[in-house]
Ligand binder design. Structure first.
Ligand code: 4AD
Ligand code: MG
Length: 425
Protein backbone atom coordinates (compact mmCIF):
# COMPACT_ATOMS: atom_id res chain seq x y z
CA UNK A 1 0.00 0.00 0.00
CA UNK A 2 1.09 3.58 -0.67
CA UNK A 3 1.09 6.08 2.18
CA UNK A 4 -1.48 8.35 0.53
CA UNK A 5 -3.99 5.49 0.52
CA UNK A 6 -3.71 4.97 4.28
CA UNK A 7 -5.57 8.13 5.22
CA UNK A 8 -9.14 7.32 6.21
CA UNK A 9 -8.49 3.59 6.69
CA UNK A 10 -8.96 3.74 10.46
CA UNK A 11 -8.43 0.37 12.16
CA UNK A 12 -6.99 -1.46 9.14
CA UNK A 13 -3.68 -3.31 9.32
CA UNK A 14 -1.36 -2.23 6.50
CA UNK A 15 2.14 -2.86 5.25
CA UNK A 16 4.16 0.09 3.93
CA UNK A 17 7.50 0.16 2.14
CA UNK A 18 9.55 3.34 2.33
CA UNK A 19 12.34 5.37 3.86
CA UNK A 20 12.84 6.93 7.28
CA UNK A 21 12.15 10.62 6.84
CA UNK A 22 12.41 11.58 10.50
CA UNK A 23 13.37 9.58 13.56
CA UNK A 24 12.88 10.47 17.23
CA UNK A 25 13.23 8.22 20.23
CA UNK A 26 12.15 8.45 23.85
CA UNK A 27 12.23 5.84 26.61
CA UNK A 28 8.74 4.57 25.81
CA UNK A 29 8.11 5.37 22.14
CA UNK A 30 9.99 5.56 18.86
CA UNK A 31 8.50 7.97 16.33
CA UNK A 32 9.35 7.21 12.72
CA UNK A 33 8.06 9.45 9.96
CA UNK A 34 7.94 7.19 6.94
CA UNK A 35 8.26 8.51 3.39
CA UNK A 36 7.37 7.00 0.05
CA UNK A 37 6.70 8.53 -3.36
CA UNK A 38 3.14 9.35 -2.35
CA UNK A 39 3.67 11.17 0.96
CA UNK A 40 4.69 10.87 4.60
CA UNK A 41 3.06 9.37 7.70
CA UNK A 42 4.03 9.00 11.33
CA UNK A 43 4.57 5.48 12.72
CA UNK A 44 4.92 4.79 16.42
CA UNK A 45 6.57 1.82 18.13
CA UNK A 46 5.69 1.50 21.82
CA UNK A 47 7.83 -0.32 24.36
CA UNK A 48 6.05 -3.26 25.90
CA UNK A 49 3.43 -3.22 23.13
CA UNK A 50 5.74 -4.45 20.39
CA UNK A 51 8.28 -7.26 21.05
CA UNK A 52 11.55 -5.93 22.50
CA UNK A 53 13.41 -6.97 19.39
CA UNK A 54 11.18 -4.74 17.21
CA UNK A 55 11.43 -1.82 19.64
CA UNK A 56 15.23 -2.03 19.58
CA UNK A 57 15.23 -2.23 15.80
CA UNK A 58 13.09 0.93 15.66
CA UNK A 59 15.37 2.70 18.16
CA UNK A 60 18.39 1.84 16.08
CA UNK A 61 17.06 3.28 12.77
CA UNK A 62 18.78 6.10 10.92
CA UNK A 63 17.42 8.75 8.55
CA UNK A 64 16.90 7.42 4.99
CA UNK A 65 17.11 3.76 6.01
CA UNK A 66 14.79 1.68 3.83
CA UNK A 67 12.17 -0.24 5.81
CA UNK A 68 8.97 -2.25 5.66
CA UNK A 69 6.50 -1.29 8.38
CA UNK A 70 3.48 -3.30 9.41
CA UNK A 71 0.90 -1.69 11.66
CA UNK A 72 -2.64 -0.55 12.35
CA UNK A 73 -4.01 2.73 11.00
CA UNK A 74 -5.21 5.01 13.77
CA UNK A 75 -6.98 8.32 13.61
CA UNK A 76 -5.05 10.78 15.75
CA UNK A 77 -5.61 14.54 15.72
CA UNK A 78 -2.06 15.16 16.94
CA UNK A 79 -0.38 13.30 14.09
CA UNK A 80 0.51 15.29 10.94
CA UNK A 81 -2.24 14.52 8.43
CA UNK A 82 -4.59 13.28 11.17
CA UNK A 83 -3.57 9.60 10.97
CA UNK A 84 -0.71 7.51 12.23
CA UNK A 85 0.42 3.90 12.07
CA UNK A 86 0.65 2.01 15.34
CA UNK A 87 3.67 -0.13 14.51
CA UNK A 88 3.48 -3.91 14.93
CA UNK A 89 6.26 -5.15 12.67
CA UNK A 90 9.44 -3.60 11.26
CA UNK A 91 11.90 -4.95 8.73
CA UNK A 92 15.07 -3.00 7.96
CA UNK A 93 15.89 -3.49 4.29
CA UNK A 94 19.00 -1.32 4.41
CA UNK A 95 20.37 0.71 7.28
CA UNK A 96 21.51 4.06 5.88
CA UNK A 97 24.88 5.59 6.70
CA UNK A 98 24.74 9.05 8.25
CA UNK A 99 22.77 11.11 5.71
CA UNK A 100 24.76 14.19 4.65
CA UNK A 101 21.76 16.51 4.31
CA UNK A 102 20.80 18.18 7.56
CA UNK A 103 18.93 21.41 8.14
CA UNK A 104 20.15 24.79 6.85
CA UNK A 105 22.40 23.60 4.07
CA UNK A 106 23.14 26.12 1.31
CA UNK A 107 21.49 25.95 -2.11
CA UNK A 108 24.84 25.13 -3.71
CA UNK A 109 25.46 22.26 -1.30
CA UNK A 110 22.01 20.87 -2.05
CA UNK A 111 22.89 21.02 -5.76
CA UNK A 112 26.19 19.23 -5.06
CA UNK A 113 24.18 16.39 -3.52
CA UNK A 114 21.22 16.69 -5.86
CA UNK A 115 21.12 12.89 -6.24
CA UNK A 116 20.20 12.75 -2.54
CA UNK A 117 18.26 16.04 -2.29
CA UNK A 118 15.85 14.62 -4.90
CA UNK A 119 14.35 12.69 -1.97
CA UNK A 120 13.17 15.92 -0.31
CA UNK A 121 9.48 16.74 -0.28
CA UNK A 122 10.11 19.93 -2.27
CA UNK A 123 12.01 18.20 -5.07
CA UNK A 124 9.56 15.31 -5.11
CA UNK A 125 6.69 17.75 -5.60
CA UNK A 126 8.57 19.65 -8.33
CA UNK A 127 9.22 16.38 -10.15
CA UNK A 128 5.58 15.35 -9.90
CA UNK A 129 4.48 18.68 -11.35
CA UNK A 130 7.15 18.32 -14.05
CA UNK A 131 5.70 14.94 -14.94
CA UNK A 132 2.22 16.46 -15.27
CA UNK A 133 3.63 19.24 -17.48
CA UNK A 134 5.30 16.77 -19.86
CA UNK A 135 2.14 14.66 -20.02
CA UNK A 136 0.00 17.74 -20.71
CA UNK A 137 2.21 18.79 -23.64
CA UNK A 138 1.74 15.43 -25.35
CA UNK A 139 -2.01 15.45 -24.65
CA UNK A 140 -2.40 18.95 -26.03
CA UNK A 141 -0.68 18.33 -29.34
CA UNK A 142 -1.94 14.81 -29.95
CA UNK A 143 -5.56 15.82 -29.30
CA UNK A 144 -5.15 18.50 -31.97
CA UNK A 145 -3.87 16.27 -34.75
CA UNK A 146 -0.14 16.95 -34.41
CA UNK A 147 2.31 14.12 -35.12
CA UNK A 148 5.22 13.63 -32.74
CA UNK A 149 8.50 13.47 -34.63
CA UNK A 150 12.20 13.62 -33.77
CA UNK A 151 15.08 15.68 -35.14
CA UNK A 152 18.80 14.88 -34.73
CA UNK A 153 20.88 16.09 -31.78
CA UNK A 154 24.10 16.27 -33.85
CA UNK A 155 23.70 19.11 -36.32
CA UNK A 156 25.86 20.92 -38.84
CA UNK A 157 24.35 24.41 -38.59
CA UNK A 158 22.88 26.54 -35.81
CA UNK A 159 19.47 28.14 -35.85
CA UNK A 160 19.90 30.52 -32.93
CA UNK A 161 23.27 32.15 -33.67
CA UNK A 162 26.85 30.95 -33.34
CA UNK A 163 27.65 32.19 -29.85
CA UNK A 164 25.74 29.47 -28.00
CA UNK A 165 26.72 26.49 -30.16
CA UNK A 166 28.35 23.49 -28.45
CA UNK A 167 31.02 22.06 -30.69
CA UNK A 168 31.50 18.30 -30.94
CA UNK A 169 34.35 16.50 -32.66
CA UNK A 170 32.47 14.13 -34.97
CA UNK A 171 35.14 11.79 -36.37
CA UNK A 172 37.30 14.77 -37.24
CA UNK A 173 34.46 16.93 -38.51
CA UNK A 174 33.14 19.85 -36.48
CA UNK A 175 29.44 19.49 -35.66
CA UNK A 176 27.19 20.99 -32.98
CA UNK A 177 24.67 19.86 -30.38
CA UNK A 178 21.24 21.03 -31.49
CA UNK A 179 19.93 24.40 -30.31
CA UNK A 180 16.45 23.69 -31.64
CA UNK A 181 14.77 21.18 -33.92
CA UNK A 182 13.46 23.98 -36.06
CA UNK A 183 15.40 23.71 -39.31
CA UNK A 184 14.55 20.00 -39.51
CA UNK A 185 10.95 20.68 -38.47
CA UNK A 186 10.52 23.07 -41.36
CA UNK A 187 11.55 20.24 -43.69
CA UNK A 188 9.27 17.68 -41.98
CA UNK A 189 6.03 19.71 -42.27
CA UNK A 190 6.04 18.96 -46.01
CA UNK A 191 5.34 15.38 -45.03
CA UNK A 192 3.23 15.60 -41.86
CA UNK A 193 1.99 19.23 -41.88
CA UNK A 194 1.36 19.53 -38.11
CA UNK A 195 4.19 18.28 -35.92
CA UNK A 196 5.68 18.61 -32.44
CA UNK A 197 8.55 17.28 -30.40
CA UNK A 198 9.74 17.13 -26.81
CA UNK A 199 13.53 16.90 -26.71
CA UNK A 200 16.65 18.33 -25.12
CA UNK A 201 18.26 21.41 -26.69
CA UNK A 202 21.73 22.70 -25.92
CA UNK A 203 23.10 26.20 -25.51
CA UNK A 204 26.66 27.08 -24.56
CA UNK A 205 25.33 29.87 -22.34
CA UNK A 206 28.31 31.74 -20.98
CA UNK A 207 26.23 33.74 -18.55
CA UNK A 208 25.07 32.54 -15.19
CA UNK A 209 21.42 33.48 -14.77
CA UNK A 210 18.47 32.06 -12.89
CA UNK A 211 16.72 30.99 -16.12
CA UNK A 212 19.45 29.51 -18.31
CA UNK A 213 20.62 25.92 -18.54
CA UNK A 214 23.15 24.57 -21.02
CA UNK A 215 20.91 21.50 -21.53
CA UNK A 216 17.20 22.24 -21.39
CA UNK A 217 13.99 20.49 -22.42
CA UNK A 218 12.32 21.99 -25.41
CA UNK A 219 8.72 21.49 -26.59
CA UNK A 220 8.51 22.67 -30.18
CA UNK A 221 5.78 22.72 -32.82
CA UNK A 222 5.70 23.58 -36.49
CA UNK A 223 2.66 23.67 -38.76
CA UNK A 224 2.09 24.18 -42.48
CA UNK A 225 -0.58 26.73 -43.46
CA UNK A 226 -0.72 28.15 -39.92
CA UNK A 227 -0.84 31.94 -39.56
CA UNK A 228 0.11 34.28 -36.75
CA UNK A 229 -3.30 34.32 -35.10
CA UNK A 230 -3.65 30.55 -35.00
CA UNK A 231 -0.08 30.30 -33.74
CA UNK A 232 -0.88 32.65 -30.86
CA UNK A 233 -3.99 30.61 -29.99
CA UNK A 234 -1.94 27.41 -30.02
CA UNK A 235 0.73 28.86 -27.72
CA UNK A 236 -1.62 30.31 -25.13
CA UNK A 237 -3.85 27.23 -25.36
CA UNK A 238 -0.87 25.05 -24.52
CA UNK A 239 0.11 27.13 -21.48
CA UNK A 240 -3.48 27.12 -20.22
CA UNK A 241 -3.84 23.37 -20.74
CA UNK A 242 -0.64 22.74 -18.78
CA UNK A 243 -1.84 24.91 -15.89
CA UNK A 244 -5.29 23.30 -15.88
CA UNK A 245 -3.75 19.84 -15.68
CA UNK A 246 -1.43 20.87 -12.83
CA UNK A 247 -4.44 22.27 -10.96
CA UNK A 248 -6.23 18.94 -11.46
CA UNK A 249 -3.32 16.68 -10.56
CA UNK A 250 -0.99 18.50 -8.20
CA UNK A 251 -2.88 20.49 -5.56
CA UNK A 252 -0.96 18.69 -2.79
CA UNK A 253 2.35 19.47 -4.47
CA UNK A 254 1.49 23.15 -4.93
CA UNK A 255 0.80 23.22 -1.19
CA UNK A 256 4.19 21.67 -0.38
CA UNK A 257 5.78 24.37 -2.55
CA UNK A 258 3.68 27.19 -1.06
CA UNK A 259 2.28 28.12 -4.46
CA UNK A 260 -1.04 29.95 -4.56
CA UNK A 261 -3.14 27.96 -7.07
CA UNK A 262 -4.99 31.14 -8.09
CA UNK A 263 -1.84 32.14 -9.94
CA UNK A 264 -2.39 29.27 -12.36
CA UNK A 265 -6.04 29.98 -13.18
CA UNK A 266 -5.72 31.52 -16.62
CA UNK A 267 -8.22 33.04 -19.00
CA UNK A 268 -7.96 33.07 -22.78
CA UNK A 269 -6.97 35.00 -24.76
CA UNK A 270 -3.83 36.31 -23.07
CA UNK A 271 -3.18 40.00 -23.38
CA UNK A 272 -1.22 40.90 -26.54
CA UNK A 273 1.01 43.93 -26.66
CA UNK A 274 3.59 45.02 -29.23
CA UNK A 275 7.30 45.50 -28.59
CA UNK A 276 6.85 49.25 -29.24
CA UNK A 277 4.05 49.49 -26.66
CA UNK A 278 6.23 47.65 -24.15
CA UNK A 279 9.00 50.23 -24.63
CA UNK A 280 6.50 53.06 -24.11
CA UNK A 281 4.99 51.54 -20.94
CA UNK A 282 8.40 50.71 -19.48
CA UNK A 283 9.54 54.28 -20.14
CA UNK A 284 6.46 55.65 -18.36
CA UNK A 285 7.52 53.46 -15.42
CA UNK A 286 11.07 54.75 -15.38
CA UNK A 287 12.77 51.99 -17.39
CA UNK A 288 14.24 53.21 -20.63
CA UNK A 289 15.10 50.52 -23.22
CA UNK A 290 16.82 51.69 -26.41
CA UNK A 291 14.67 50.94 -29.48
CA UNK A 292 16.15 47.96 -31.34
CA UNK A 293 17.48 46.27 -28.22
CA UNK A 294 16.09 42.85 -27.32
CA UNK A 295 14.16 42.62 -24.06
CA UNK A 296 15.91 40.89 -21.18
CA UNK A 297 14.58 39.09 -18.10
CA UNK A 298 14.32 42.34 -16.16
CA UNK A 299 12.24 44.13 -18.78
CA UNK A 300 10.05 41.07 -19.35
CA UNK A 301 9.27 40.42 -15.71
CA UNK A 302 8.64 44.12 -15.10
CA UNK A 303 6.17 44.50 -17.95
CA UNK A 304 4.34 41.34 -16.83
CA UNK A 305 4.07 42.78 -13.33
CA UNK A 306 2.93 46.22 -14.53
CA UNK A 307 0.23 44.60 -16.69
CA UNK A 308 -1.26 42.63 -13.81
CA UNK A 309 0.84 39.54 -13.21
CA UNK A 310 -0.62 37.20 -15.85
CA UNK A 311 1.06 35.66 -18.90
CA UNK A 312 1.21 38.01 -21.90
CA UNK A 313 2.29 37.91 -25.53
CA UNK A 314 4.77 40.52 -26.68
CA UNK A 315 4.50 40.78 -30.46
CA UNK A 316 6.28 42.43 -33.42
CA UNK A 317 9.91 42.72 -32.37
CA UNK A 318 12.28 44.62 -34.68
CA UNK A 319 13.08 42.29 -37.61
CA UNK A 320 16.80 43.19 -37.47
CA UNK A 321 17.34 41.61 -34.04
CA UNK A 322 15.34 38.48 -34.87
CA UNK A 323 16.64 35.12 -36.14
CA UNK A 324 16.86 34.79 -39.94
CA UNK A 325 13.81 32.54 -40.21
CA UNK A 326 11.29 34.99 -38.73
CA UNK A 327 8.93 36.55 -41.24
CA UNK A 328 8.86 40.25 -41.90
CA UNK A 329 5.43 41.80 -41.22
CA UNK A 330 4.18 42.83 -44.69
CA UNK A 331 2.10 45.63 -43.13
CA UNK A 332 4.96 47.01 -41.11
CA UNK A 333 8.25 45.81 -42.59
CA UNK A 334 10.47 47.08 -39.77
CA UNK A 335 8.97 44.41 -37.53
CA UNK A 336 8.75 40.63 -37.49
CA UNK A 337 5.56 38.56 -37.33
CA UNK A 338 6.63 37.03 -34.07
CA UNK A 339 5.84 36.95 -30.37
CA UNK A 340 7.35 35.88 -27.11
CA UNK A 341 5.09 34.49 -24.40
CA UNK A 342 6.07 36.05 -21.09
CA UNK A 343 5.13 34.81 -17.62
CA UNK A 344 5.55 36.77 -14.38
CA UNK A 345 8.78 36.24 -12.40
CA UNK A 346 10.53 34.22 -15.13
CA UNK A 347 9.94 36.16 -18.38
CA UNK A 348 10.14 34.51 -21.81
CA UNK A 349 9.02 30.89 -21.80
CA UNK A 350 8.01 30.55 -25.44
CA UNK A 351 9.31 32.02 -28.69
CA UNK A 352 7.12 31.97 -31.81
CA UNK A 353 6.93 33.27 -35.36
CA UNK A 354 5.55 32.95 -38.82
CA UNK A 355 8.43 31.78 -40.96
CA UNK A 356 10.01 33.88 -43.69
CA UNK A 357 8.90 32.48 -47.06
CA UNK A 358 11.37 34.41 -49.29
CA UNK A 359 14.58 32.48 -49.96
CA UNK A 360 16.50 35.64 -50.90
CA UNK A 361 15.48 37.39 -47.70
CA UNK A 362 16.72 34.35 -45.72
CA UNK A 363 20.04 34.26 -47.56
CA UNK A 364 20.49 38.00 -46.94
CA UNK A 365 19.81 37.59 -43.19
CA UNK A 366 22.14 34.59 -42.92
CA UNK A 367 24.96 36.57 -44.53
CA UNK A 368 24.26 39.53 -42.25
CA UNK A 369 24.67 37.14 -39.28
CA UNK A 370 28.05 36.03 -40.66
CA UNK A 371 26.74 32.57 -41.56
CA UNK A 372 27.49 30.74 -44.80
CA UNK A 373 24.25 29.98 -46.72
CA UNK A 374 25.98 26.85 -48.08
CA UNK A 375 25.74 25.33 -44.59
CA UNK A 376 21.96 25.83 -44.82
CA UNK A 377 21.44 24.28 -48.23
CA UNK A 378 19.12 21.49 -47.05
CA UNK A 379 17.08 24.10 -45.18
CA UNK A 380 16.86 26.38 -48.21
CA UNK A 381 15.28 23.48 -50.12
CA UNK A 382 12.17 24.10 -47.96
CA UNK A 383 11.80 27.34 -49.94
CA UNK A 384 12.53 25.73 -53.31
CA UNK A 385 10.00 22.90 -53.64
CA UNK A 386 6.41 23.82 -52.89
CA UNK A 387 7.04 26.35 -50.13
CA UNK A 388 3.98 27.09 -47.98
CA UNK A 389 3.14 29.65 -45.32
CA UNK A 390 3.97 28.11 -41.96
CA UNK A 391 4.63 28.93 -38.32
CA UNK A 392 6.08 27.41 -35.20
CA UNK A 393 7.32 27.91 -31.68
CA UNK A 394 9.65 26.57 -29.02
CA UNK A 395 8.75 26.45 -25.34
CA UNK A 396 11.32 26.03 -22.58
CA UNK A 397 9.72 23.34 -20.42
CA UNK A 398 12.07 23.84 -17.47
CA UNK A 399 11.19 27.54 -17.41
CA UNK A 400 7.48 26.68 -17.39
CA UNK A 401 8.07 24.31 -14.45
CA UNK A 402 10.13 27.02 -12.71
CA UNK A 403 7.26 29.47 -13.08
CA UNK A 404 4.50 27.03 -12.03
CA UNK A 405 6.46 25.92 -8.96
CA UNK A 406 7.48 29.49 -8.03
CA UNK A 407 11.19 28.62 -8.00
CA UNK A 408 13.92 31.27 -7.77
CA UNK A 409 16.16 29.29 -10.09
CA UNK A 410 15.61 27.06 -13.09
CA UNK A 411 18.17 24.69 -11.53
CA UNK A 412 15.52 23.46 -9.10
CA UNK A 413 13.07 22.78 -11.97
CA UNK A 414 15.10 19.90 -13.43
CA UNK A 415 16.46 16.82 -11.61
CA UNK A 416 20.11 17.21 -12.67
CA UNK A 417 20.84 20.76 -13.88
CA UNK A 418 23.58 21.55 -16.36
CA UNK A 419 25.01 25.08 -16.32
CA UNK A 420 28.29 26.75 -17.18
CA UNK A 421 29.41 25.95 -13.63
CA UNK A 422 27.84 22.52 -13.16
CA UNK A 423 27.89 19.17 -14.97
CA UNK A 424 27.76 17.06 -11.80
CA UNK A 425 26.15 15.05 -10.37
O1 4AD B 1 13.90 31.58 -27.96
P1 4AD B 1 14.60 30.35 -28.46
O2 4AD B 1 16.04 30.43 -28.62
O3 4AD B 1 13.87 29.97 -29.83
C1 4AD B 1 14.19 28.87 -30.59
O4 4AD B 1 15.06 28.06 -30.34
C2 4AD B 1 13.29 28.65 -31.76
N1 4AD B 1 14.03 27.96 -32.81
C3 4AD B 1 12.08 27.84 -31.32
C4 4AD B 1 11.14 27.51 -32.43
O5 4AD B 1 10.53 28.40 -33.00
N2 4AD B 1 11.01 26.24 -32.75
O6 4AD B 1 14.24 29.14 -27.49
C5 4AD B 1 12.88 28.79 -27.25
C6 4AD B 1 12.58 28.75 -25.77
C7 4AD B 1 12.78 30.07 -25.04
O7 4AD B 1 11.63 30.86 -25.11
C8 4AD B 1 13.08 29.61 -23.63
O8 4AD B 1 11.88 29.37 -22.94
C9 4AD B 1 13.79 28.31 -23.83
O9 4AD B 1 13.49 27.86 -25.14
N3 4AD B 1 15.25 28.47 -23.70
C10 4AD B 1 15.95 28.07 -22.63
N4 4AD B 1 15.58 27.48 -21.48
C11 4AD B 1 16.54 27.21 -20.58
N5 4AD B 1 17.86 27.48 -20.76
C12 4AD B 1 18.27 28.06 -21.91
N6 4AD B 1 19.56 28.31 -22.09
C13 4AD B 1 17.30 28.39 -22.91
N7 4AD B 1 17.36 28.95 -24.13
C14 4AD B 1 16.11 28.98 -24.60
MG1 MG C 1 13.86 33.61 -27.71
Amino acid sequence: MKIKDVFGKDGEVVELKGWVYRHRTSKEVVFVVLRDSSGIIQCTFKKGVVPDEIFERAEDLSVESSVIVKGRVKKDERAPGGYEIVGEGLEVVHKAERFPIVRDKSKEFLRDVRHLWLRSREMTSVLKIRSTVFGAIHEFFRSRGFYEVQAPIFTTAGSEGGSTLFEVDYFGKKVYLTQSWQLYAEAMIFSLEKIYTVAPSFRAEKSKTSRHLTEFWHAEMEAAWMDFDELAKTAEGLIKHICDRVLEENMDDLKVLNVDPERLKLELPFRRITYEEVLRILKENGMEVPRGKDLGAKEETNIAKILGGKPILITHYPKEIMAFYKKRDPNNPKYALNFNLIVPDVGEVLDASEREPDINEIIKSLKADGADPKDYDFYLDTRRYGSVPHSGFGMGIDRVVQWICGLDSIQEAIPFPRTIKRVEP
